[in-house]
Design a protein around this ligand. Sequence first.
Ligand code: NAG
Ligand code: NAG
Length: 335
Amino acid sequence: MPKVSLPHLPISCLFGVVKPSGPTSMSIINDVKQLVARSALFVEAEKLEKAAGQKIPSKGRRARDLIKIGQGGTLDPLADGVLVVGIGKGTKRLSDFLDCTKEYYSTCLLGCETDTYDSEGARIRIAPWQHVTKEKVESALIQFSGEIQQTPPIFSALKMDGIPLYEYARKGIPLPRPIEPRKVTVHSLELSEWKGSNHEFRWPKKSFSKEEKEAMETALHGVDENISLEDHPGTTADAVPTAFVLKMKVSGGTYVRSIIHDLAHALGSAGHVVTLTRSRQGRFVLEPTEDEDRQCVPWEVFENASSNPGPVDDEGWTKWEREVIERLEVVDSKK
Ligand SMILES: *[C@@H]1O[C@H](CO)[C@@H](O)[C@H](O)[C@H]1NC(C)=O
Ligand SMILES: *[C@@H]1O[C@H](CO)[C@@H](O)[C@H](O)[C@H]1NC(C)=O
């Protein structure tokens, strides 16, 4: 192992973690916190001594006194890939990552729309997909590229008149006005893989009840009198619906799941996100392509260390600490 020269300990830094699909971003941060709060890399010796043998609380003053940790842009539970973590003064740099350019790979499964626009949600509508070809997808991508107006999904935490949008949909309250579209920039958007029916994805089993559909229709009627969440007659799940993967580079604030949803509509079908991988957030990446790019720490490193940190090396660091040391970016307090 090459010797890494470390600044004065404890260090403030940023590093990337490769989040797996499944857990929330919050639970990832909490698991990482359990390790870093016991590491001499990040915590002063006297604080470490005081906290020895105690469980690290996930929040509250005692947790914040011991270690400051945060992340630079939540990934949904379904999503995997780059999650930027800040420690100590690094937490003050995390807001830079909300606005930065991000790259994603996302798989769209056609023929079915869900409330959340992804496979964690419930079916609200099914529509024909057999007419959608690779060529049609490729030509439809053009209208979603560049500077575009994007309407956030109704099942999002955004608020209208102080009430979250999803509350309108759930309770069947008509929206007082249309959801305001936002200007976002799609720097690039391309078809990365055409899977056709050669994949394991299926529409979600969970489906909206008649009452839930009616509540959502009522919410949306305020803004679109023609909205219909009727299933298209004769469309069934007997045949395996088409899936394809998009690769995109987008500005901060872009909803990837809205691109997939809106694209499927533009194709005269319905669709939802079944995989979402963030491959770049600023300079933190899965695969480096530029000089300043930084690789991220695989989740397995932290997972293994939580059950057994293992032995220390010549310089006194365990395997996970060494992996982080090699990938971290020191945040200098003087800057
Ligand atoms: C609803 O459909 C009617 C008839 O197709 C059309 O004239 C009208 O513009 C539509 N309204 C909206 C809000 O799209
Ligand atoms: C995690 O532990 C497993 C089982 O001991 C091992 O095979 C694997 O290489 C470890 N992974 C990392 C990244 O340390």
